[in-house]
Design a protein around this ligand. Sequence first.
Ligand SMILES: [Zn+2]
Length: 343
Amino acid sequence: MPLSYLEKNKKKNLNDLFKLISFPTVSAKSEHKPDMKSCAGWLKDHLNGIGFKAKVYPTGGHPLVYAEYLVDSSLPTVLYYGHYDVQPPQPLELWKTGPFKPEVRDGYIYARGATDDKGQTWCQIKGLESVIKATGTLPINVKFLIEGEEEVHSANLPQWLKKNKKMLKADIAVVSDTAQFSKTLPAVTFGLRGIASCEVFVYGPNRDIHSGSYGGAVGNPVNILCQMVGQLHDKNNKIAIPGFYQNVKKIDAWEKKQFKKLPYNEAAYKKDIKVNALHGEKGYTTYERTWVRPTLDVNGIKGGYQGEGAKTIIPSMASCKITMRLVPNMTAKEACDKLEKYL
Ligand SMILES: [Zn+2]
C-alpha cells in the first residue's frame, strides 16, 4: 500500500525534505547562484534515485529540473509544475530559527520554502514515489517541471517552454504552487492571479541636505513619494489609476456561487494574522478580493535616514517597490503603463 510505504519512510522523507529546504535558493540574489545549481542537482539526483529520468536544464537565469516517468503512451500524461526557488528570508531577526534550518514546532515545519513551494512539490514527488514502490509502476505517465525562477517572475521559462513544447506534451497540468483550502477541506485551485511589478524612484536635491537650512524650500522626495502612494487608492479602496479596471473580467455568477459555498470565518481569518479589521475593495467579499479582483500593493519603501536617533535631512531620493495582482484580460504591460502614466 502506498500509504503504509509513506508511513514506514516518514523519517527518511522528512530528513530529505529538510535537506531540500536547507539549500538557500533565493533566486532574487545573485550570491545564491551556486546554491541554486546545487539544489537543482540534488533534486535531479533524488528524482533519478526513485525511478524518474531527470535532467537539469540551464536557462538564461537559474536552471530548471525536468523529470519524467513514462509508462505507456496509451495512458494519460500529467505534467506537474513546481519551483525550488524561494523569497528572500529577511528580516532575519524575526526568525526564531534560521530560515534554512528547518525545524518542526507544534506539528508545523518552520523554514523558508517549507511551503511555497518545496513542501508542496515534495508531497507530489513522495506521493508518486509511494505508488511506484507499492505497485511497481504508475497508472499514468508523469512529467515534472521544477523551475528556479518562479519568485523572480519566471523570466526565462516562456522561452524554455516554447523550445521544449514537444517534450512537455501532457493531457493535464497540475500546479503544485497552491494551498489546500483548510486542514480538513482539500480543494482544486482552478485559477491564480498574475502579477506585474515595478519600482518608483523620486529624486530631489543632488545630495542629502539639512532640513534646518533648506526645509520648506525644497521638495522632499520621501514626502512626495508618500503623496504619490497615497493617491493609488480611493476612499472605497479601489485602485485610482484611470482605466485600471477597463478590461477586468467580471466575476461569473457560478463562481460567485461557488465562493459562497466555501466556509468562511472572518473572526478566525483576522485572528490568524492578528488584525482588528479587514480592509479591501468595497462591494466584494474576502475571497473575491483575494482571488478574482486585481490589487495594488507597495511591497517596500526606502528613503532617508533609518538609523538610531534623528538625522535632520531632506533626503536626496526615495523609492518604492510596487506589485499589482492581475486577473483575466489584464496584461502586465498595460497595468504598468497605466500606473506610470498616472504617477
Ligand atoms: Zn510559489
